[in-house]
Write a protein that binds this ligand. Sequence first.
Ligand code: NAP
Length: 518
Amino acid sequence: MSELLKSYVGGHFQAGEGGLAALINPTTDEVVAQTSTTGIDMAGALAYARDTGGPDLRALSFAQRAELLGKASKALHAHRDELLDLSTLNGGNTRGDAKFDVDGATGTLAYYAKLGSTLSETPLLADGETELLGRSPRMVGRHVLAPLHGVAVHINAFNFPAWGFAEKAAVAWLAGMPVLTKPATSTALLTARMVEILIEDQVLPSGALSLLCGSAGDLLDHLSWQDVVAFTGSADTGLKIRSNENILRQGVRVGIEADSLNAAVLGPDMDDDSELFDRFIQDVAKEITQKAGQKCTAIRRILVPEAMVAKVGEALAAELAAVKVGNPAEKGIKMGPLNNGQQLTDVKAGLDALRAEAKTIHGDGGRGELHAVDADKGSFVSPVLLEASDGLNAKAIHNLEVFGPVSTLVAYDGSAGQSAQLLGLGQGSLVASVYSDDKRFTTDLVNAGASFQGRLFLASSKVSDHVLGPGAVLPASMHGGPGRAGGGEELGGRVGLKFYMQRLALQGYAPLLERLAH
Ligand code: NAP
């Protein structure tokens, strides 16, 4: 019998009434849990969080809330092995991929715990310097941030059930807002257990954390003007949320983290005999295969000077051929399955669309050679590398996010101008990376294409040994991107707090303002 997951609303666990959705093990296709939100009082869930969790959290200082984050991080870390196993069971993650999600979650909570311990002792947070408003030094103005009095509703994608939950919750809690988290139904098992641990250990005040395990139902119709929604998922769902009538009418703040056609650019100065070239190949191969390519920051487009396309294709094909695909619970397996049959269908359809504009360099999009997997079981697809026939005029390659182990080589003429133009065809990305020791090229590319993405990762021989690859989202740097990527801004240290707080201009007697916020 599979487990029946419960939501946690109004201060107690509650199962839905019928209409159960099945959560599967994507390696074996077995049902591992079921869940439903039918019959859950969404308005009541929001009201409890707003009226019980909100005031209790706001009564704490930043430092006290930071302590809660530290406790949450430790409580979850204490169950690390169990959480890693659930990530493999319901997410198809290898041990390495599971750590990326689970350790990313506890690490982000710990980061915000540390940051919070350095913040103001006052309830308000100063944002910028004090400015004179007239001739007298007594009357001044300052921007400050005040925690919103609503609920932070977090709607997450299936690919990061641990990190997605924690990276949003850490920032909201530190800002002083209660959280109602809704994981994607298909991988909710891991988030549900994390919430259970935090509730069992009584880490947070009652109402500071609620969980919806299953469909969002009519949740959005009960949001109020002090609530916020932080959404991660597909652009299509993002559009539905953004255009929800109640959200528009109430002016509910919405943050969207959506699709992204991220790119890596090999500079014109790179030949295949440098360490930086090797690093480029390793990073790109990792971004194609980590979490079977189901990563919002994965590299979908590989921009390479024309003269280097063949060498890059060869080197990447060799790396991809060496990736052992199969049962993610087995040692030595480097890539597991996609998350479910629907993802597999979508990836195959996406591949067909890409192939109309590109030739295949490696992989046929089939199951490939699998290790320790039953024949015909699981949602497996082997890594695929394509090469665009005409990058500048391609459509699907720049617009269609195939959410699997798939990437396309795109030739460019070696100029910063054309590589920036190609970046821009993605219409807004989370991250682009540049691998070059040519400072002129990198500077020109950054200046020409900076506004097309939320993050630029500049790899050069000076730093390539000292950093994680471009796919790692670090809490100190902002995560989000313009256009197709949704226009959201998450994390970024203190910057991330702004989403959960009202910025206002305080004007008055200088010592009073100093007392209110510093
Ligand atoms: P999805 O189908 O859009 O679902 C995302 C979330 O939205 C799920 O929790 C889903 O719940 C919920 N949802 C669906 N319809 C809704 C509605 N009408 N109202 C409220 N919530 C609704 O996306 P996904 O397949 O889980 O994730 C893959 C996508 O996420 C990819 O496109 C990827 O690029 C994107 N992604 C982006 C980032 C980023 O940071 N930019 C990070 C990770 C993933 P149910 O599961 O219950 O349907």
